[in-house]
Design a protein around this ligand. Structure first.
Ligand code: FE2
Length: 455
């Protein structure tokens, strides 16, 4: 069945669709009819607009939502600089100012779970480029946490849309627009500006995030594939309105603004949106629902065939970021080297593994919660053992990737790596290049008369 068999049931309600207009209310009659900002909204609520794009963005890209809430989000104290508790670690290495741009192929052992952290304090910037101040670039981080965020604390980022790939544990995510439960093999997207908090289930959490400083994710075009396939719009889940009435407790709201953290305080819950409508909202998606398309004749298709979400650049066909997965699938191609071919890519490829084994690598060096980075024009492909096996395999129909889910953040941008990634985390694997590709031997054989002719 094309649905992930989750161990934990999701108690929340959702609407479904992608880029589809939503309206939802937790109290009948809380949504104004026709008008967005009536003189007196129903039930004494305040109307507040949340813009995800410029007001004048083309209609098919315009993302706005209207929120009807108990107290406007503007009601809070001044922001103050906020430092995440660092346990003595120098956090300067966690910003883009420490990026090192190097062409080496990189691979990382599984990143540890920091039990003392929460979702906000347990994020570690690993790779990226650009700057949120000019709305250019992306940031890739690892996160882990053994604790829920502190009581009465919410967070939002003004920097970018956040794509969360959960690898371990369960995230109970409360947002202004409703609640979502996220489990491994599900992804979560929280657009910039939306306030949320993350509570944990019985286990610690760990995963990967991609912050998109420019634009928003959309579904890839399907071209000749037709009207269905890959990630289908109906499988995306959107929270329904859920609110709490709390105008007495002291809440803190942490804001990420140009990579810096600030904190403010207010005496009302930020999760007081009783009803909302619009196109700008968080959503989740079960990767088990992805409809894999592939070759049924010969050759290994480009990995773009596995794109779940894309954030396009202004160059046609070129993405600021693609989110690509490698789900369980049948390989049936004849006379074909079935693993990924050797290649150099104008795009940078950051890979992670949620569970299982990835078919293009042997020897267990690429493990769940680990990562690899093959930067712009850095050569890569199957390692020596994989090449030997794939070149000599009997090419029967074969299902690969059962119990596995690898993914890739692919970007047209050149990626830097932080000091934390290269050094402090102690997860960079030594000898990755040496062990993967230097053992490749020449199999070049030609008849002797051709060799003579060549001379
Ligand atoms: Fe690649």
């Amino acid at each position: 069945m094309p649905v992930t068999p989750f161990a934990v049931q999701d108690p929340y309600e959702y609407n479904t669709g992608f880029a589809s207009y939503q309206e939802t209310t937790a109290v009948p009659g809380a949504l104004p009819i026709a008008c967005n900002s009536p003189q007196k909204p129903p039930y004494g609520l305040y109307a507040e607009k949340l813009s995800g794009t410029a007001f004048t963005a083309p209609r098919d890209r315009n993302l706005q939502s209207w929120l009807y809430r108990i107290i406007p989000s503007a009601s809070h104290a001044d922001f103050e600089p906020y430092s995440v508790p660092s346990k003595g670690q120098d956090l300067r290495g966690l910003t883009s100012s420490s990026y090192k741009f190097i062409p080496d192929q990189l691979r990382f052992d599984p990143f540890d779970i920091e039990e003392s952290s929460d979702f906000l304090t347990g994020r570690r910037l690993l790779s990226g480029c650009g700057s949120p101040s000019t709305k250019t670039g992306i940031a890739i981080s690892m996160f882990s946490a053994g604790n829920s965020m502190p009581s009465k604390q919410a967070f939002y980022s003004a920097d970018g849309d956040l794509l969360v790939v959960l690898q371990h544990g369960v995230m109970d995510v409360r947002t202004e627009l409703g609640r979502l439960l996220v489990r491994p093999n599900e992804i979560l997207v929280i657009p910039r500006g939306i306030r949320y908090r993350v509570d944990l289930g019985s286990e610690a959490i760990r995963g990967y995030t991609l912050e998109l400083y420019d634009g928003h994710f959309q579904l890839p075009e399907l071209g000749p594939i037709g009207s269905n396939g890959l990630a289908n719009a109906r499988d995306f889940q959107i929270p329904v309105a859920a609110y709490e009435e709390d105008t007495e407790s002291k809440w803190s709201v942490v804001c990420q603004f140009n990579e810096q953290l600030f904190i403010t305080h207010q005496e009302h819950s930020p999760f007081d949106v009783v009803a909302w409508h619009g196109l700008y909202y968080p959503f989740k998606y079960d990767l088990g629902r992805f409809n894999v398309i592939g070759s049924t004749s010969f050759d290994h298709p480009d990995p773009s065939i596995y794109t779940v979400l894309t954030a396009p650049s202004n160059t046609p066909g070129m993405a600021i970021a693609d989110f690509v997965i490698f789900p369980p699938r049948w390989l049936v191609q004849e006379d074909t080297f079935r693993p990924p071919w050797y290649h150099r890519n104008t795009m940078a490829e950051f890979m992670g593994l949620i569970c299982g084994d990835y078919d293009a690598k042997s020897g267990g060096g690429f493990k769940p919660a680990g990562a690899s980075l093959h930067n712009v024009m850095s050569s890569h492909g199957g390692d020596s053992d994989t090449h030997h096996k794939a070149s000599n395999d009997k090419l029967e129909p074969r299902k690969i990737g059962t119990g596995s889910m690898a993914f890739m953040f692919e970007t047209s941008l050149m990626l830097g790596v932080t000091d934390w990634g290269l050094t402090w985390s102690k997860k960079r694997q030594a000898g990755y290049q040496e062990h993967s590709w230097q053992p490749l031997k020449s199999h070049f054989t030609i008849p002797e008369h051709l060799r003579s002719h060549d001379k």
